[in-house]
Design a protein around this ligand. Structure first.
Ligand code: PIT
Length: 451
C-alpha cells in the first residue's frame, strides 16, 4: 500500500518535471500567491515559458478556489505588453498549472533595493509602463489590488511586466453600492480606505498603490512605515509622509496627489497622465560614455531630477581592477540600462583562484552549515539548506565563468527559498567565507556604489 503510494508520488514528481509531455520545468523563479513559478521550456516550440504550479488542496483549504478562477479569468482578459501573459492553463487531479510568459530580468524591487533608489528619468520610464498596464486593466473592469514592486517584473530589455493577479477583482464583483469590500493586499501598499473596511473604488485603490510604488522608486524607502500597523494606518489616513529634498517639485506634487487619503479627491489616471512629471520628456544619457568620477557628479542640484547612478559603462578589465571583488555584473549585462540591480539579489565576484578551489570553498561552507551540495558539470554548484525556511528551503546556485586568463567570475543566485534569508546568508556566511579568494586589486579605489 505504502509502496504504491510512494510510487504514485514518484510518478507525479516525474510527470511534474515534464509537465503533460509539453513543458519541461526548470529552476524556481519565484513565488506567486499559492504556488511556485518555475522557468520552463515548451517542448513543442522550444520557447521559454514560466509555469506557476498551484496545489488545489491548498487553495481549497484557504477558501480561495473562486479567487483562483478569477485570477485565470482576469489573466485571459488582459493581454498587454506590460502584463505577464497567460499562455495556457492545465490541470491534474491535484494541481493547476498556469503557463505564463517568461520574464527573465527579476523583480523591479531587486533593482531598487540594490540601487538604493532610481534616477527620476529611469523611474519615470517604469512608472509610465506601470500606469499603461493599470489603465488597461481598469478599462476592462479589472483591479489588481496587490500592486507592489515585488509584483513588477523586468524583462531582458528592461520593460516592466505586471504579474500576480492572484488578488485581483472584477468590477462585476462590486456590491450594489458600486464598491469592493474585500480588504486585501500588502499593508504598506494598500490604500487607507481598503484597510478601513467601508468599501472602496478599486481604481482609486490601485492608484494609491502606484503612488507608494513611485515613492519607493524615487526614495528607496516606504512612505508610511511603522512597526505598529495601527500607527501606520493613521499616518496613511492623515497623508503623513515626508519627501526628501532631492525629489523634484513635480514628482513631489504627483506623489502627493496619488497619496491623497481621500479617494474622492485623489488623482485619476486621466489626471496622472496629464501631470507635468509624468509628461516630462527626458534626454537619454549617451550610452557607453564613461561617467565622471563621483566627486564631479554634482550630488544635490536642488531639483533632484535625472541624477546619475553609478557608472556602468566601464570595460571588463576596468571593472575587475576597480571592483574590489564583488559585483561585476555590468560585465555581463547585454542591455546597459537593465543593469545590475535587475538581478534579484544576485551576487558576482572575481577571483584568481582556480574553479576547483572555488568549488571546494563552497563545499566547505555547505558542510559547515549542514547544507546539501550538488554539482552541475565542472563549473556549477548548488547548495540547499536542510531546513525549510519561510518560503521553502533556501537554495543557492553558483556558476563559474572564465573572463580572462586565470581570472574567473563567480555568479551566485538564489535558486529557492526566501529572498531575505538568501540576503542574510550572502552577507553573514557566503561573503565572509569567500573573502580571501575574492580578487580585490591592491589600492584600487572602489567604484561608487561598490560594497
Ligand atoms: C515570470 C517570471 C517570474 C514570475 C512570474 C512570471 C509570475 C507570474 C505570475 C504569477 C501569478 C499571476 C500572474 C503572473 O497571477 O519570476 O515569467 O500568480
Amino acid at each position: 500500500m505504502e509502496d504504491s503510494a510512494s510510487a504514485a508520488a514518484a510518478e507525479e514528481k516525474k510527470k511534474n518535471y515534464v509537465l503533460q509531455g509539453r513543458y519541461e520545468l526548470g529552476r524556481v523563479l519565484g513565488y506567486g500567491n499559492f504556488g511556485r513559478v518555475h522557468a520552463a521550456r515548451d517542448l513543442r516550440t522550444g520557447r521559454g515559458v514560466a509555469v506557476k504550479v498551484v496545489a488545489k488542496d491548498k487553495v481549497e483549504r484557504a477558501g480561495m478556489s473562486e479567487q483562483m478562477k478569477r485570477e485565470i479569468a482576469v489573466m485571459k482578459m488582459v493581454s498587454h505588453p506590460n502584463i505577464v501573459e497567460l499562455h495556457e492553463v492545465m490541470a491534474t487531479r491535484s494541481k493547476i498549472y498556469l503557463a505564463l510568459e517568461l520574464v527573465r530580468g527579476g523583480e523591479l524591487f531587486a533593482r531598487v533595493s540594490r540601487a538604493g533608489r532610481l534616477r527620476e528619468d529611469v523611474a519615470r520610464r517604469y512608472f509610465r509602463q506601470l500606469v499603461s498596464a493599470v489603465d488597461f486593466c481598469h478599462g476592462r473592469g479589472v483591479y489588481h489590488r496587490d500592486l507592489k514592486p515585488e509584483n513588477l517584473l523586468l524583462d531582458e530589455a528592461g520593460n516592466l511586466k505586471v504579474a500576480d493577479f492572484g488578488l485581483s477583482a472584477l468590477a462585476g464583483h462590486a456590491r450594489p453600492d458600486g464598491l469592493l469590500h474585500t480588504a486585501c493586499g500588502t499593508p504598506a501598499y494598500v490604500a487607507p480606505e481598503v484597510l478601513g473596511g467601508g468599501g472602496y473604488d478599486g481604481a482609486k485603490a490601485d492608484l494609491w498603490s502606484c503612488g507608494v510604488i513611485l515613492y519607493v522608486l524615487l526614495v528607496g524607502a516606504l512612505p508610511f512605515q511603522d512597526e505598529n500597523l495601527m500607527s501606520m494606518y493613521r499616518k496613511m489616513q492623515r497623508g503623513d509622509f515626508l519627501c526628501p529634498s532631492w525629489i523634484s517639485r513635480d514628482a513631489r506634487k504627483l506623489i502627493g496627489r496619488l497619496l491623497d487619503p481621500k479617494p474622492s479627491s485623489r488623482i485619476t489616471v486621466a489626471g496622472l497622465i496629464e501631470s507635468p512629471w509624468f509628461k516630462k520628456t527626458s534626454i537619454p544619457s549617451p550610452p557607453l560614455e564613461p561617467a565622471p568620477p563621483a566627486a564631479a557628479r554634482g550630488n544635490g542640484n536642488g531639483n533632484g531630477d535625472d541624477k546619475d547612478e553609478p557608472p556602468e559603462a566601464l570595460n571588463a578589465f576596468h571593472l575587475i581592477s576597480l571592483s574590489a571583488g564583488f559585483d561585476l555584473s555590468p560585465l555581463f549585462e547585454q542591455e546597459p540600462s537593465s543593469g545590475r540591480e535587475a538581478r534579484g539579489g544576485a551576487m558576482r565576484f572575481a577571483t584568481r583562484e582556480p574553479a576547483s578551489g572555488v568549488i571546494s570553498r563552497l563545499e566547505g561552507l555547505a558542510t559547515g552549515g549542514a547544507m546539501r551540495v550538488t554539482k552541475s558539470g565542472a563549473r556549477g554548484v548548488r547548495l540547499e539548506g536542510a531546513e525549510r525556511g519561510r518560503k521553502g528551503r533556501l537554495a543557492v546556485a553558483a556558476e563559474i565563468f572564465s573572463v580572462a586568463p586565470s581570472v574567473l567570475v563567480v555568479d551566485v543566485k538564489k535558486d529557492g527559498g526566501d529572498t531575505m534569508e538568501y540576503r542574510s546568508f550572502c552577507s553573514e556566511e557566503l561573503r565572509p567565507a569567500l573573502k580571501d579568494i575574492v580578487w580585490a586589486a591592491a589600492a584600487a579605489a572602489d567604484p561608487p556604489g561598490a560594497t
